[in-house]
Design a protein around this ligand. Structure first.
Ligand SMILES: Nc1ncnc2c1ncn2[C@@H]1O[C@H](COP(=O)(O)OP(=O)(O)OP(=O)(O)O)[C@@H](O)[C@H]1O
Ligand SMILES: [Mg+2]
Length: 275
């Protein structure tokens, strides 16, 4: 993978316009810290990149090495190298975690024409990955996320990330709900994949994770657009002074999102409605 490029992306959900022209490029091996006040479109952006059907693309493009991501189904996006660790992972009763991992890994192997996983190989992979992440291998034998604690759900997302080793890893508040030791374990896996040249977009509200994974760039979403870009100093500034002061310093008029989106109808927006 060379580049994930998002251009002039406008997105609506259930009649509300949430993204108002996002421009962002993620280069191979880069780690972007994606931050911003609650409700300003961070999760929306990652969900749209991954292909959540709830969101309607009104205008703009997303390309991965020149290929049209918006024209791909979710599984095609995954096979093209995109991974999303979700803010709120869904519980899927009846789907055993290990079977889910196996299906995902085999889909990738099939795409590449590689030999499919045997039960023994799966056992070894899961044994090693759970050990590295400091979680019980028993998680693999339960239904996907069903009854998992908040921290276990987040670590299960990281397990998927470790097993799939995609080129682009998008992690949405992966640190929320993790205890301090778990945070270290998760950060270690992010760094390990980064060292293998993988790229990341990481959303977090807390500087601690960013201290551990050293983002190359900090991107601030406000009002549904990339409003500010910079280095680590932006995170320090947000931590010390908050978003209102940051917006003021950069000349951004920070909207209250709920109010800004009220009465906005998608009828008034241009676009093709890709979903
Ligand atoms: N299905 C929906 N119907 C109406 N509004 C929605 C829907 N889904 C999301 N939104 C709104 O879109 C806005 C952006 O939400 P998003 O989840 O992208 O924010 P965020 O920046 O990730 O916030 P947070 O930091 O709180 O996670 C919010 O105001 C949210 O209420
Ligand atoms: Mg969010």
């Amino acid at each position: 993978m060379e580049k994930l490029v998002i251009k002039n992306l406008h997105v609506a959900v259930e009649g509300n316009v949430i993204l108002n022209g996002v421009n962002l490029t993620l280069n191979a091996g880069e780690t972007i810290a994606l931050v911003g006040p609650n409700g300003h479109g961070k999760s929306t952006l990652l969900q749209v990149i991954m292909g959540h059907p709830r969101y309607r693309v009104l205008e703009g493009s997303i390309t991965l090495d020149g290929k049209d991501v918006l024209a791909m189904s979710v599984d095609e996006r995954s096979r093209a190298g995109l991974f999303l660790g979700m803010q709120y992972p869904s519980e899927v009763p009846g789907v055993i975690n290990a079977d889910f991992f196996k299906a995902a890994i085999n889909a990738k192997r099939k795409e590449k024409g590689e030999k499919l996983l045997s039960a023994m190989e799966l056992f070894h992979i899961l044994h090693n990955a759970t050990k590295e992440l400091n979680v019980s291998v028993d998680l693999a034998n339960r239904s996907l996320n069903e009854g998992f604690s908040g921290g276990e759900k987040k670590r299960n997302e990281i397990l998927q990330m470790m097993l799939l080793e995609e080129d682009v890893n998008m992690l949405d508040e992966i640190d929320s709900g993790l205890d301090v030791d778990a945070l270290q374990d998760v950060a270690k896996q992010i760094v390990a994949l980064h060292e293998k040249g993988k790229a990341f977009i990481i959303i977090s509200h807390y500087p601690r994770l960013f201290e551990l994974v050293h983002p190359s760039r900090v991107v601030v979403m406000m009002n549904g657009v990339v409003a500010i870009e910079g280095g680590k100093e932006i995170i320090d500034k947000i931590d010390e002074k908050g978003y209102e002061v940051l917006a003021l310093e950069y000349g951004v008029k920070l909207e209250k999102r709920d109010e800004a989106m009220k009465n906005v109808s998608i009828e008034f927006c241009p676009g093709n409605g890709s979903f």
